[in-house]
Structures are given as structure tokens and as C-alpha cells.
Design a protein around this ligand. Structure first.
Ligand SMILES: [Zn+2]
Length: 443
């Protein structure tokens, strides 16, 4: 026996159930499966069914658009004249369509009804495709995104070309910046007792002339209670956090985004904030900006960065143990003694190269003296003193996207929207709640 299956789409009147029109979108012989390759309909058939069902439904939607004018010019109420059908493209997540819209014009005032998807909606791309393109573009290179999109569409589609992915990413990222500028005024959150603020910068290779790199800043705000320990050897996870990032020059944008993130985490006049920074003045500037908005703030030079800096000062074996003494004092917050020890160390060596290394580290300690605390006591009391409890924000927001491929060069303006989307995706619940608004606000 040979059997077939067909898929019919019907449009019917809602109450009377009268069938207004129907189309057979698919008709296929059912075969006895022999392997995992022919058990299913196959991706091309599945996509084809979806495309044709959608063609049918969109055609119905277009009839509703035409009917909504009731034959009258919306400008002068004169009777509209039908002027043929116009085909225009519509691009959805998996499929491309040509949509036909009735052209109507007013003989009196020359008004024309929108006759393409682009003039009707302002874009020929569905919101969900833009969202997916932006999300992929923020995670992968634009060329990789093109390959991934085409893979799931089972064909090469012009709409998924890397330039289009770039456009979507940039327009969504820019829209997020715009939304955030408005958001500050409307946030209402339960006030938090405390949270941790961590500001850090990352360097990105640039294509701007005369420079090798520029710095982008990131910040993360979280309640210390939301640190969830992972298996040993891996970094902990922060279950609820707000992330911000900006590639713009100066601190204004990152400060704004950080304030929004802090408000989302419940910053109020009673909140006590622990700010951890690597010692760079532009990072402290971000923390300082929050000071007047919260109850109190403790600024701490990130122990992780102190350790890293010390590790990077490579000294000959005989000087290493003396240098470690300095760490012993810093761990206890004795920055003055640490500086004295560094001076003594400096006096005991002759190599200019080594002296310079010590000098540089000493300047770093002196510049951040007032932010060096008794790390040992904080450690004992289970208080935050280091940023390496959780994954690095610079690593996850910047490096994972920007340092994956060699020779990748960015401009500040090109990176900014990517960072906005990545920060949004890294912040608890944010991307899910913001992408629709971003799609509608994207230009
Ligand atoms: Zn008119």
C-alpha cells in the first residue's frame, strides 16, 4: 500500500466556521524508514512547510491591512482607488517570503497606502530574526554568525550576510543604550543592604589610526550572597548580577550604565557598597560616582590585581623571598611598611631593570595607599576583598568576543553596541526583558 500525507491550511470565519480559503502546502508520500536519515520529514521539508504555512497566514494578515482602510483615504476621507498588488520581501528567522500588498491611492490628495512590508513596518525583517542576529553577533564574529544562521536555515540567505548581522547588532546595541538613558528615572527596587561593585578595564586592538589599542570599561554589581560556589578548581558563579560595559571614551557612559545596574540591584541611601578596583584612576572614578547615591562605600584595591602585579614582577631567585615579605605586609594592610620594604629592596640591588620594576610597583602601591586594607582580616571575617571569586567581567564581556581571533580590530563605535548586548545578556533577566523594546526602537 502506498500512502501520502498532506498539510492543508484553512482560513475560516471565526464564529460560523465557514472556510474562506484553503491551500495545500505540502503533499508527501509516506515511506518505510530505513535509518536515522529518513525517519523525519527532513529539514528542507520542515522549513518548506513552515514557509508555506506562513505565506498563507501573512497573506491573510495583508488582507486585514487592506480592509482596515475601509476604502477611505485616512488623510481626506475621499474614496481610495485600488492600484494593483505589490510584492515585497519579508525575512523571518528561518525563511524568506515575498508578501503581496494591495496598493491603494487617493485621487484627491494623492495619498498612497504603504504597499511594502518595509513601508508598512519600517523594516522588512521580523523582530525575532533581528534579535537572533544581534544575539549571535554579540557572541560570535559577524562572519561566524553568518555561517551559523545559514546552517540552521539550511541555505545561504542574503539577509544573514555578515554585514546584515553587523547592522542588526549595532542597531539593537545602540537601542539598548538609548533605553538605558531613560531607564534611570523609572526604576523602583527593594533597597539592598549591601552589594559588591567591581570595575575593571580591558584593552582592545584598534583599527583607529595612530593607536594600537583603546580601553573599554566593565562593571559588575552583585549581592555577596548570590555567589554560588562551583566545583573546586573552577571559579564561582554569581547567580544574580547586573553588568555594564562601555567602549566610549571618558567615563560618562560607563558611569550611567553602572548606576542603572546598581539601582537594579537595589542601591539606596542605606546600602553599603564594597568597591573593588584594579587601581586605575578611571575605574575608581566610576566607583566614586556611586558614593553620593548609596549609604556608605568601602573602596578596596583588588587583592587579585595586587597578586597579579606581584607575579608579573619577575626577579632573580635571591630577591624573590624579600619581595614576598612585601606581600606579607600588604596582606595585613600595612602599606607604609610595604613601601619601606620596597625601598630597602631597591637599595640592595644594582640592576637598573630590576630597580625599575620595583619602582613601578612602589608607585602603584603609593597611588592606591588609601585603598589597601587588612585583607587578612577581611578574609577571616568572610568579607569580600578580591575579584577572582567569580569569573572576570572583562574576560566574559570583552575578551571572549574580542580576543578570539587574531588580527581582530575594533573601533570604539563598532564595539560599543556589541558590549551593550553582551552586558545585557550577562545581567540577570535583562536581555529577555529588553530585546523587544530594543527591536522596536532600533533604527
Ligand atoms: Zn486623500
Amino acid at each position: 500500500m502506498s500512502i501520502h500525507c498532506k498539510v492543508i491550511v484553512q482560513t475560516y470565519e471565526s464564529t460560523s466556521k465557514e472556510i474562506l480559503r484553503e491551500s495545500t502546502v505540502f503533499d508527501l508520500e509516506v515511506i518505510n524508514p530505513t535509518s536515522s536519515l529518513d525517519i523525519s520529514l527532513g529539514i528542507s521539508n520542515q522549513l518548506e512547510i513552515m514557509k508555506r504555512v506562513q505565506d498563507h497566514v501573512v497573506e491573510d494578515k495583508m488582507t486585514l491591512v487592506t480592509d482596515s482602510y475601509q476604502g477611505k483615504c485616512p488623510e481626506c476621507q475621499h474614496k481610495l482607488i485600488k492600484a494593483g498588488m505589490q510584492g515585497s520581501p519579508l525575512h523571518d528567522v528561518f525563511t524568506d517570503h515575498t508578501v503581496y500588498l494591495q496598493r491603494q491611492r487617493c485621487p484627491k490628495c494623492k495619498y498612497k497606502t504603504p504597499s511594502t512590508i518595509n513601508t508598512l513596518l519600517g523594516t522588512p525583517i521580523t523582530g525575532e530574526l533581528v534579535k537572533i542576529q544581534a544575539e549571535l553577533g554579540a557572541k560570535h564574529s559577524y562572519r561566524e554568525s553568518e555561517i551559523l544562521l545559514d546552517l540552521f536555515s539550511n541555505t545561504e540567505r542574503k539577509i544573514n550576510n555578515h554585514d546584515r548581522v553587523k547592522n542588526s547588532t549595532e542597531s539593537i546595541g545602540t537601542a539598548i543604550s538609548g533605553i538605558k538613558k531613560l531607564e534611570t528615572e523609572v526604576l523602583e527596587m527593594k533597597e539592598a543592604d549591601e552589594f559588591v561593585l567591581n570595575v575593571d578595564g580591558g584593552h582592545i586592538n584598534t583599527k583607529e589610526t595612530g593607536k594600537r589599542s583603546f580601553e573599554a570599561l566593565t562593571s559588575v554589581i552583585y549581592n555577596p550572597e548570590s555567589i554560588e560556589s562551583n566545583s573546586t578548581g573552577t571559579r564561582n558563579k554569581i547567580t544574580s548580577k547586573s553588568c555594564a560595559a562601555s567602549a566610549q571614551e571618558g567615563s560618562n557612559d560607563i558611569i550611567n550604565y553602572t548606576i542603572i545596574g546598581a539601582l537594579k540591584q537595589g542601591m539606596g541611601p542605606k546600602t553599603s557598597v564594597t568597591a573593588l578596583c584594579d587601581g586605575a584612576s578611571n575605574c575608581w572614578k566610576v566607583a566614586e560616582a556611586l558614593k553620593p547615591l548609596c549609604g556608605s562605600m568601602v573602596c578596596i584595591l583588588d587583592w587579585f590585581h595586587i597578586s597579579m602585579k606581584m607575579q608579573n614582577v619577575s626577579l632573580p631567585e635571591k630577591l624573590k623571598s624579600k619581595f614576598l615579605r612585601v606581600k606579607w605586609h600588604l596582606w595585613r594592610g600595612n602599606s607604609d611598611t610595604a613601601v619601606i620594604r620596597l625601598d630597602q629592596l631597591q637599595d640592595s640591588i644594582t640592576s637598573i631593570k630590576e630597580i625599575n620594576k620595583i619602582k613601578k610597583f612602589k608607585v602603584y602601591i603609593e597611588n592606591n595607599k588609601d585603598k589597601i586594607v587588612d585583607y587578612r582580616r577581611r578574609h577571616k571575617n568572610n568579607q569580600i576583598f578580591t575579584s577572582n571569586l567569580a569569573e572576570s567581567t572583562v574576560e566574559s564581556l570583552i575578551n571572549q568576543r574580542c580576543k578570539g581571533q587574531q588580527h581582530m580590530r575594533w573601533s570604539r563605535d563598532g564595539l560599543e553596541p556589541v558590549l551593550q548586548i553582551r552586558a545585557s545578556m550577562a545581567s540577570k533577566g535583562e536581555w529577555e526583558s529588553i530585546w523587544r523594546t530594543a527591536v522596536l526602537n532600533a533604527s
